[in-house]
Design a protein around this ligand. Structure first.
Ligand code: ZN
Length: 397
């Protein structure tokens, strides 16, 4: 029977006795239930058969004073978390990556507490970081396994870019105020000129083995805080943590065509890890400002081009802005208002491909009264030629 089951099973409840029941009370309760559920008196009753197995198992453990003591200790330890040494890491740990050993079978704390319910989260939080740290500090930590070294936390920040900065991409320097590697000791935590020493207690493993009842536990070394090293002469500026809180300038490489709301990850620029453990990452959420001229959709760039009516009718060559200088666009004779002209390859040069510039023709109206006589003559001429702007209009009839 594995001790994993001990977490999930309440043998006292199974036998209907209190945790403080005497051995005599437990024996009596078991005998009564065993009689009631015995397969011989319940042929074909699988529920009774199951119950019989469970009470037998319960009796095997709490009916035996020595086993009962182990069971009680184990359950108390698991439910309180205190039995692991009451040690708390300097920083909040990541997701639990802790395992411990019981008589040869490894099992996962996160897993275990998932099944145990209440209070599990806190426990996992408390120890997740420790075991990770142990790996970072020393590796080779016996049976203790960590999913990743305990590093610094990720940091979130925001960055506002102009439309053009976002479209073209550029390296932007931003200020980050966070836990950073100590400049004095370069993150080692040791006074300059000295070095951390391998911890004499855990020999660099960062974990020690402890026996509790029948089980061996790997737990973070209390003498080195799970780092595997000790510092005799701490750095005066960071008091040995290797971490100081300060402002840093971080260069953020903004890719061309970044979208509003997109997050850019800057690896290793989050909070510094304890005593040189890897830093977290920096996540920069981008806000892109609107532009007076351009809008965009993915890699395509859009611009509205004001044109006169004669330019639409007769055609024209018009200068149009792009992100990188101007181009001349040919408006074909007979173009219509709202028509879109495409200029290939003058959109946004994203990694995934370069978009087009899409030019929407917008007819502009001259102020009333301008060239009045000429417009009247022009109007008359169109009518004389038989032009009716509403001739093909569905709304006419
Ligand atoms: Zn320092």
């Amino acid at each position: 029977m594995s001790q994993r089951e001990w977490v999930e099973k309440d043998y006292y409840a199974e036998l209907g006795v209190s945790k403080s029941a005497t051995q005599d009370e437990i024996r009596k309760a078991y005998r009564k239930l065993a009689r009631e559920n015995h397969p011989d008196s319940n042929p074909g009753n699988t529920a009774a058969e199951e119950k019989f197995k469970r009470i037998s198992e319960a009796n095997d453990v709490i009916g035996d004073p020595a086993k009962r003591k182990e069971y009680d200790e184990f359950r108390a330890m698991v439910s309180s978390g205190g039995g692991f040494g009451g040690f708390r890491p300097g920083g909040a740990g990541g997701p639990g990556g802790a395992t411990f050993t019981t008589g040869g079978a490894d099992f996962d704390l996160g897993d275990l507490f998932g099944g145990a319910g209440g209070g599990a989260g806190g426990f996992s939080d408390l120890f997740g970081g420790l075991f990770n740290q142990a790996r970072g500090g020393g590796g080779g930590a016996g049976r203790t396994q960590a999913r990743r070294p305990r590093g610094g936390q990720d940091v979130e920040t925001a960055l506002t870019l102009t439309f053009r900065e976002a479209a073209l991409g550029e390296t932007v320097q931003i200020k980050v105020s966070s836990a950073s590697p100590c400049l004095t000791c370069h993150g080692s935590g040791a006074r300059p000129g000295t070095s951390p020493k391998v911890c004499g207690t855990c020999h660099g493993a960062g974990v020690t083995q402890r026996t509790q009842g029948a089980f061996g536990f790997a737990e973070p070394c209390a003498d080195c805080g799970g780092t595997g090293s000790t510092i005799d002469d701490p750095c005066p500026d960071c008091t040995g943590s290797g971490v100081t809180h300060r402002n840093r300038n971080v260069n953020v490489k903004v890719p061309a065509g970044v979208e509003d709301g997109q997050r850019i990850r800057v690896t290793g620029q989050g909070e510094a890890g304890f005593r040189g453990a890897p830093s977290g990452d920096l996540y920069v959420t981008v806000t892109v400002r609107k532009d007076e001229v351009f809008t965009r959709d993915g890699a395509d760039l859009f611009v509205d081009l004001p044109v006169s009516y004669p330019e639409l009718v007769r055609g024209a060559q018009v200068s149009v802005p792009t992100l990188t200088g101007r181009v001349t666009v040919k408006v074909p004779a007979g173009s219509r208002d709202g028509q879109i002209l495409r200029v290939r390859g003058r959109g946004i040069a994203r990694k995934s491909g370069t978009g087009d510039l899409k030019v929407t023709l917008r007819v502009a109206t001259p102020p009333a009264g301008m060239a009045e006589a000429e417009l009247a003559a022009y109007d008359d001429a169109l009518r004389a030629a038989g032009y009716d702007p509403r001739a093909d209009w569905a709304g006419s009839s």
